[in-house]
Design a protein around this ligand. Structure first.
Ligand code: ADP
Ligand code: MG
Length: 300
């Protein structure tokens, strides 16, 4: 097959691993900087043009869209969908998962476990918002943050009010969440491909840090999930319409609660921690599904 990886750079670990894994299985792998793609949106003959040439004969696309380029990146993925190329994750599913609020709203409708979460526009409603989540300590986060940046723990209602006011003053959209203290700075990253959890790791934040992100100095180990954790992760990926997903959950006293669902989950942390060839499993999934089957599962 000819497989395109939509990624800014081959120097990224995940991109490099996907390329290696595809080549090892006999495919032609092409890394395409999606910000350098442009599109011809004519009737009946949609095209993606890269380095002056239309991209032709692509059998499957693996989107690795960076958080700061969601708008343009998903437009490129959508154009491939219009060309009826199989995509590992559809544009609509990527957009859904990128916005933490939209993601939680969809998950709540399906009855999937979540931390109690509130959202408001006006600073006049701060008191009510803090009440919804049961008061301090609570977590405040930017809707489109990533790698733990923009996630703040406030210990008192007064501190929470100041932080909410400051973010709102900058016109940033935030959500407010119950703090799951019993998770003790750890979360579970479940790597889901095509309705199965292929492997999972437990990430533990650095001492004194409540955020478990590896980018914040956390470390990770392979973990065995309970049946409930596994089914929660699968339900979450399915609700988002993601075929390849990194589902993060916390162990709370009411069972597993979803933190977020990632559409371009990193491979470095999970492959190191678990020793599983996750890149190879992504390619295997494309082999089984590209070429006509499984198309148009969700609407644009
Ligand atoms: P990001 O997209 O920046 O990774 P997350 O929402 O995943 O943002 O939060 C980062 C980390 O902070 C989580 O992995 C988790 O360890 C911690 N965290 C976030 N929200 C909560 C919460 N409500 N209770 C406890 N820990 C939290
Ligand atoms: Mg996270």
């Amino acid at each position: 097959m000819k497989i395109a990886i939509l990624s800014r750079s081959l120097s990224l670990y995940s991109t490099r691993r996907l390329k290696e894994a595809g080549e090892a299985r006999g495919h032609t792998m092409k890394v395409i900087d999606y910000l350098r793609c442009y599109m011809n949106i004519t009737s009946r003959n949609p095209q993606v043009i890269y380095q002056g040439e239309p991209l032709e004969g692509v059998d499957a696309v693996i989107p690795r869209i960076g958080a700061s380029n969601t708008f343009y990146g998903t437009a490129v993925v959508r154009q491939f969908e219009m060309m009826e190329v199989f995509v590992a994750n559809e544009s609509q599913a990527i957009s859904r998962s990128r916005d933490k609020l939209r993601c939680l709203q969809i998950l709540s409708k399906r009855g999937i476990g979540l931390p109690v979460t509130g959202f408001a526009h006006s600073t006049k409603d701060i008191e009510g918002l803090i009440d919804i989540v049961g008061g301090a300590p609570l977590v405040i986060k930017l809707l489109e943050g990533t790698q733990g940046i923009g996630v703040v723990l406030t210990e008192t209602n007064q501190a929470a009010t100041s932080v909410i006011e400051a973010f709102r003053g900058l016109n940033a959209n935030i959500l407010v969440q119950e703090f799951i203290a019993e998770a003790k700075g750890a979360d579970l990253r479940c790597f889901v491909i095509d309705g199965k959890v292929v492997t999972a790791m437990k990430r533990q934040g650095a001492p004194g840090e409540f955020r478990s992100n590896l980018h914040r100095g956390g470390n990770a180990d392979k973990v065995k999930l309970t049946a409930e954790e596994r089914s929660t992760a699968l339900k979450a990926a399915k609700a988002m319409g993601l075929r390849v997903a990194g589902v993060d959950l916390l162990r709370s006293k009411h069972g597993p609660v979803i933190m977020e669902v990632n559409s371009s989950p990193g491979l470095e942390g999970i492959e190191r921690a678990t020793g599983i060839d996750v890149a190879g499993k992504v390619i295997e999934y494309l082999e089984k599904n590209a070429g006509g089957k499984n198309k148009d599962r969700i609407k644009y």
